[in-house]
Ligand binder design. Structure first.
Ligand SMILES: [Fe+2]
Ligand SMILES: [Fe+2]
Length: 338
């Protein structure tokens, strides 16, 4: 079997595994999120691998498998005072969720008593066992296992422990890509909208667009520390650019509030409302494709056919240009390019 066939099989195994649970939302995740995130992290890892001189094949395989046991994670466990329970490594512990159906991954999970382990540890074991079924060198399998294990960083590592865990550049790279995806850039903005709106609708029965936009600058700044603490220089460079991009977007959105009717129709405010219209189990690439293939072309037609004055056409076109720029960059982030 050649490499691209093996990779395809691994991808199928991961999506099959994610479909074995019936629940949709848990904490900050939803059914489609984990796979969309996996694809983004993998693409970013490969890009960082090229820049840092890492092994992109190891990164591709490890990126595909890194969250393979993530769907076992239920609600975050807390003690009687509401404090989050931590593993020995200082990582959050989750209530384990039992899958409704089985496959080779769930069988291996049971066989190796992985229940209760944080998903970087269980994922590393599963990755090793699965890759062992193919014709990979022992060194390759060990390297991928180590990359998956290092994608979460234990708290309070000694310098020696840190050097051991992150001695391979690939281990640093997947950690960086995985940390960036939910925290910085338009991908993080997409995730934040879907978390914020889901909980707002659950709590108050509605999503307050204006209040959300006003809170965005604080959200962006709260993520700066993630960018500062990334391990590789290439990742910090990308993360700073993503933070700047998101700051500009927050400013843009704040100015869009001065003409809400127009910008809800043609601008980024309208994009947020479109995202929020599917908040139960949003699919990242489906929503990006919808913007590109339907949402934008439809509005281009409206501008030409229904806006009667030149000033209205110009304003609408300008708003739509912001959406086109946003969509292009969101897709480029998805591919790990920026
Ligand atoms: Fe993870
Ligand atoms: Fe991840």
């Amino acid at each position: 079997m050649n490499y691209s066939e093996v990779l395809k099989e691994l991808e199928n195994l991961v999506t099959e595994t994610y479909s074995l649970w019936d629940h949709n939302r848990v904490g900050f995740q939803w059914r489609h999120y984990t796979w969309n995130h996996t694809m983004r992290v993998r693409a970013m890892s490969i890009e960082l691998g090229k820049r840092e001189g890492g092994d992109t094949v190891k990164l591709e395989v490890a990126g595909t498998l890194h969250d393979i046991t993530k769907r076992y994670d239920g609600e975050i466990l807390t003690d009687e005072n509401g404090k989050r329970l931590l593993s020995e490594d200082g990582l959050w512990l989750n209530e384990p969720l039992t899958p409704s159906r089985e496959n080779i991954v769930t069988q291996l999970y049971d066989e190796h008593n992985l229940r209760g382990k944080v998903h970087h540890e269980s994922g590393a074991v599963i990755a090793e066992k699965i890759l062992g079924m193919y014709d990979f060198d022992r060194d390759f399998v060990d390297a991928v296992r180590a990359i998956v294990l290092a994608h979460l960083k234990p708290m309070n590592l000694t310098e020696e422990q840190f050097d051991l865990l992150y001695r391979n550049i690939e281990n640093q790279i997947l950690y960086d890509a995985d940390t960036m995806d939910p925290n910085v850039g338009y991908t993080a903005f997409f995730r934040n909208i879907h978390i914020h709106s889901y909980f707002a609708i659950k709590r108050n029965g509605k999503f307050d667009l204006e209040a959300y936009v006003q809170g965005l600058p604080r959200f962006v700044e709260s993520k700066q520390a993630f960018a500062d603490k990334l391990l590789t220089e290439s990742a910090r460079e990308v993360a700073y650019a993503r933070q700047d991009r998101k700051r500009e977007l927050a400013d843009q959105l704040a100015s869009e509030l001065s003409d809400m009717p127009m910008n809800r129709k043609y601008g980024m405010l309208g994009v947020i409302e479109y995202f929020v219209s599917q908040t139960e189990d949003p699919h990242f690439m489906d929503q990006v494709n919808h913007l590109k293939e339907d949402w934008i072309p439809e509005r281009q037609k409206w501008i030409a056919e229904t806006e009667t004055t030149q000033a209205a056409r110009d304003g609408a076109q300008e708003a739509l240009e912001r959406v086109i720029d946003f969509t292009t960059k969101l897709e480029r982030e998805y591919k790990g390019e920026i």
